[in-house]
Design a protein around this ligand. Structure first.
Ligand SMILES: *Cc1c(COP(=O)(O)O)cnc(C)c1O
Length: 429
């Protein structure tokens, strides 16, 4: 068994040598002595982001208030400019994407805009595997309208507790539904939903549809415009490497540019009118109208550098390497880590088009195994009850790191090393 895994070491080395993105790793600060495989929770800092953050700090230091117009880039237009650059990553036009706020707040702003219950069309369709914050936001949107979530929120069920069948989702699209809001990639299993199909089916029934792309932005190419998605949100601190709590992004399809934002704020004003300070809200003519507050410039600054890396690397190359890495990892697990005594299984779909950027390794001792990995300076994350998530990030991880991960997993099981860790849950894992 040991020798068998050794044979994959050569293959890992070969793949790393042939990797067209291999030079990007040097641009990132890899925590010393660490195999970092948690870029789907918090991406790493790049030298580019450090430089762009320092540049913004310097402009504040030197310019004070004048930075809003005189900094490079001017803070007053930063939300629009970064939105335009991020639009290229998600298949949108520059004026359809805006940097703003945080994901949950953006969900509130857009869901409350697009959820327009009327008559018997009152329900929202989501799913039972959703990230909790999305469900909290949907429930509060219903309660704000005096509607009971128990009756009006439809959570599509999973057949296996890990994945969703798009046909099961579509079977709930009927004339009682006023909005569909779904994830692009499920945060536990890593399943990538067929957004094009879901959008087509929702709109054929006159139902607006939005997606939370937090687990796909920066890992998977999107074609939000071609699919004609109504709106989308995503965070920028996972695969987009914007830093903890970095300012988020949202997308609104241009056919809705005339809609009234549900949560209006002065930064949604037309740029040339905002400082008239009129009590009459004159919204921006594009997606900018869904902004609420002053953009968090310091929390956005690292994205100036980070997006430059994506522009250089190209989303297609990022996706190709990401798929190659997750496939390589799944192959090793199938061959060397699934039989007894190892007992790992994979919760992520095998088909490339149904897989996001991470692999869900399932093991009944998952929690203690992930503690044992951390003890060996390998950083995965753990999602209860039994999922170890491994995110090999195209821009900074290597095939050799995945090979080493597989060897660590073998050794941890061979030596029953995980038994040394207790079963108590950590606050953040
Ligand atoms: C990470 C993530 C969020 C994060 O929300 P915040 O408001 O930034 O804390 C929301 N939804 C999904 C699906 C996520 O993966």
């Amino acid at each position: 068994m040991k020798t068998a895994l050794s044979s994959f070491r050569k293959e890992a080395a070969r793949l790393d040598r042939a990797d067209p993105l291999k030079n990007f790793r040097r641009r990132f600060f890899i925590p010393s002595g660490t195999t970092y495989l948690d870029g789907n929770s918090l991406g790493l800092l790049s030298r580019d982001s450090q430089a762009s953050l320092e540049k913004v700090l310097k402009s504040w230091k030197i310019l004070g208030i004048r930075g809003w117009l005189d900094a490079d880039p001017p803070w007053f237009y930063l939300a629009e400019r970064l939105g335009a650059r991020c639009a290229a990553l998600v298949g949108a036009e520059p004026d359809e994407v805006i940097l703003s706020g945080t994901t949950t707040v953006n969900i509130h702003a857009l869901v409350n805009t697009f959820y327009q219950p009327s008559g018997t069309r009152t329900k929202i369709v989501a799913d039972e595997l959703d990230f909790p914050t999305d469900i909290y936001a949907l429930k509060s949107a219903l309660k704000l309208r005096g509607l009971d979530p128990a009756e009006h929120l439809i959570l599509v069920c999973s057949r296996d507790g890990l994945t969703l069948d798009e046909r099961d989702i579509v079977s709930r699209f009927d004339d009682s539904v006023a909005l569909v809001f779904l994830p692009s990639v499920l945060y536990r299993s890593g399943q990538l939903l067929d957004m094009e199909f879901l959008t087509l089916e929702a709109q054929a029934r006159g139902i607006p549809i939005g997606f939370d792309c937090s687990h796909s932005a920066g890992a998977v190419p999107h074609e939000l415009d071609r699919w004609a998605v109504d709106f989308a949100v995503w965070c920028s601190y996972k695969y987009l490497n914007g830093g903890p709590g970095a300012t988020a992004f949202f997308y609104v399809n241009r056919r809705h540019f005339g809609a009234e934002p549900a949560l209006a704020g002065w930064f949604g004003s037309a740029k040339d009118k905002q400082f008239d300070m009129s009590l009459h809200f004159e919204p921006a003519p594009d997606a900018g109208r869904w902004q609420i507050s002053s953009p968090s410039i310091l929390n956005a600054a690292p994205l100036i550098g980070s997006l430059a890396i994506f522009e250089e690397a190209g989303m297609a190359a990022v996706r190709e390497k990401s798929l190659g890495m997750t496939r390589f990892l799944m192959d090793m697990v199938d061959r060397f880590l699934s039989a007894e005594p190892y007992g790992f299984s994979i919760g992520t779909p095998r088909e490339d088009k149904r897989r996001g950027g991470h692999v869900a390794l399932i093991h009944p001792e998952g929690m203690r195994i992930s503690e044992a990995l951390r003890n060996r300076n390998v950083i995965p994350d753990f999602r209860p009850p039994d999922i170890i998530r491994i995110a090999p990030v195209a821009l900074y991880n290597t095939y050799m790191e995945l090979w080493r991960l597989a060897r660590h997993l073998q050794e941890i099981i061979d030596g029953r090393e995980y038994e040394r860790f207790d079963r108590a849950r950590k606050l953040i894992s």
